[in-house]
Design a protein. Sequence first.
Length: 80
Amino acid sequence: MKNNLSENIYKYRKKMKISQEELGDAIGVSTQAVSKWERGISAPGLDHIIAMTEVFSISLDELVGVLRDTPKEAYIGIDG
């Protein structure tokens, strides 16, 4: 099942014009791990997410797909 994170890993990797292998090498994981993240089969750990933000030169919010204008309640299920 795809999600914002998996779609964004793919999108930013393609935007940077790097292969799954190159991204994996840059953050210390296998090509297979990157492939699983992009397909939504598994998710990267926080350390790898942070490393990807550095490789892609983007914020954590951008990588995980958090919209800054979305109320916090929408993410944690709290009613107004």
